[in-house]
Design a binder for this molecule. Structure first.
Ligand code: SAH
Length: 411
């Protein structure tokens, strides 16, 4: 592999910024974020600067990272000064060696997948793989590149270098697609090859298709893979209700696990259409009911009709996009979980999940307890699930452990 920097090398000299609060211990432990309150006023020449920057405290150099003058999350560390590749006077070499090291590490972690069973996974998970803000998902021979904060990160990460690195690592790739956020004028861009409308891939031996351009996130929720497998183990002979089903990840696994029937509900009609296709490509003959509707309305009606299911899965979208919305989100999760508990048959199973990073595991457990209490039921916790190993995060960054999943028996 030839040396290539995944980070765009700036044409001007990289400035040195000064930290006013000593949080070097926090950085040395592997945390990569510094908020604006740790920075005092900066020199006039860098007052409105965003881009690569060296960071120092007093006269000690701490490392090289990305500074964004107008963001509360002011600095994201790339390479710490105590790492072997760090050379103060040679930032280009530092970035080349450092990014190649991170890239190889990310590839080696994912080489653990048995590609005959699973050829879809997250290759780069932002700070978890040392590449702040960058996500790359692999769907068989299609790679999808996504930036968390698109426009700024496109100035940091070198998409041309990423194309070369991806083609070297995956010689069979036939498409690399850059996916932008919905609200941006140009939604996405094919960086290499051609993008098919539907991309087919394997997960734990099951087939799925995704519409990369129009679908949510990069096309599929790869992070629920292990939790879906758990549902497969428990679904045998059960009537299953999958609320917020999207394209039927949990539904297909439940059917493959021998479910008696599977009902899926999602507000997005295109997602329900892909779900139907996902049942077909796996040749599953399980009786299904696929409903494009608001899950809140569906729940109300189902409770009224006294419907019962042996296993109810509830994986709503994030109700807490920021810290301020936590109380409201807590109430919303409690309401939807307790309402769906009313649909679980006696001694049935209930699976609940939250993907909001602002709701941590203890908060999630409290929400579950409150939901059971509101529904006047007691629960037995069978298993907890989290994000899988292709969604790693630095041990020091608890806030990046975002996915919670619980499987419970309703007593
Ligand atoms: N469990 C899914 C992922 C769910 S993502 C999987 O494993 O793939 C959340 C889903 O909730 C999205 O598909 C979105 O369309 C759907 N959604 C959002 N609001 C909804 C509502 N009010 N009623 C039903 N579905 C909704």
């Amino acid at each position: 592999m030839k040396k290539l920097s995944a980070v765009r090398i700036p044409s001007q000299k990289i400035p040195i910024l000064t930290l006013h609060r000593d949080i070097s211990k926090h950085l040395k432990r592997g945390h990569r974020w510094i908020y604006s309150d740790s920075f005092g006023p900066q020199h006039e020449s860098v007052k409105n600067y965003s881009g690569l920057a060296f960071l120092q405290i007093k006269k000690d150099l701490l490392g090289l990272g990305v500074y964004q003058f107008d963001s509360p999350l002011r600095f994201r560390m790339l390479c710490l000064s105590d790492e072997p590749f760090f050379k103060k006077t040679e930032p280009v070499k530092t970035l080349e060696s450092w990014s190649l090291h991170q890239w190889k590490k990310a590839l080696s972690i994912r080489s653990l997948f048995d590609s005959s069973l699973t050829n879809s996974y997250r290759l780069i998970n932002g700070e978890g793989d040392g590449f702040p803000g960058l996500v790359i998902d692999i769907y068989a021979n299609t790679a999808v590149v996504k930036f968390e904060n698109s426009l700024f990160e496109e100035c940091i990460w070198d998409t041309q270098a990423l194309v070369i690195l991806l083609c070297e690592a995956f010689p069979l790739l036939d498409c690399i697609y850059l996916k932008r956020k919905k609200e941006e004028s140009e939604k996405g861009e094919v960086l290499f090859g051609t993008l098919n409308t539907e991309v087919q891939f394997k997960e734990n031996g099951l087939l799925f298709s995704a519409n990369i351009r129009e679908g949510s996130k990069t096309g599929f929720f790869l992070d629920q893979r292990d939790n879906r497998n758990l549902i497969k183990q428990f679904a045998h002979d059960k009537s299953v209700l999958n609320l917020f089903s999207y394209t039927g990840g949990f539904s297909v696994y439940a059917a493959a696990g021998g479910a008696k029937s599977v009902t899926s509900v999602d507000i997005a009609k295109p997602a329900i259409e892909v779900l139907q296709n996902n049942f077909e490509i796996n040749q599953l003959k399980t009786p299904t009911e696929n409903i494009a509707a608001d899950a809140f309305l569906y729940l109300g009606q189902a409770v009224e009709k006294k419907k019962k299911f042996d296993l109810v899965i509830n994986d709503p979208p994030s109700f807490a996009p920021n810290a301020k919305s936590v109380p409201q989100a807590t109430a919303a999760y409690t309401k939807i979980f307790s309402d769906s508990l009313r649909l679980v048959s006696s001694h049935g199973l209930f699976a609940a999940s939250s993907c909001s990073s602002h709701i941590n595991t203890p908060m999630f457990m409290d929400i579950l307890k409150e939901s059971f209490s509101k529904a006047r039921l007691r629960g037995t916790l069978l298993q907890m699930g989290h994000q899988p190993f292709d969604h790693p995060y630095p041990l020091a960054m608890d806030e990046l452990r975002y996915l919670k999943f619980a499987l419970l028996r309703v007593e």
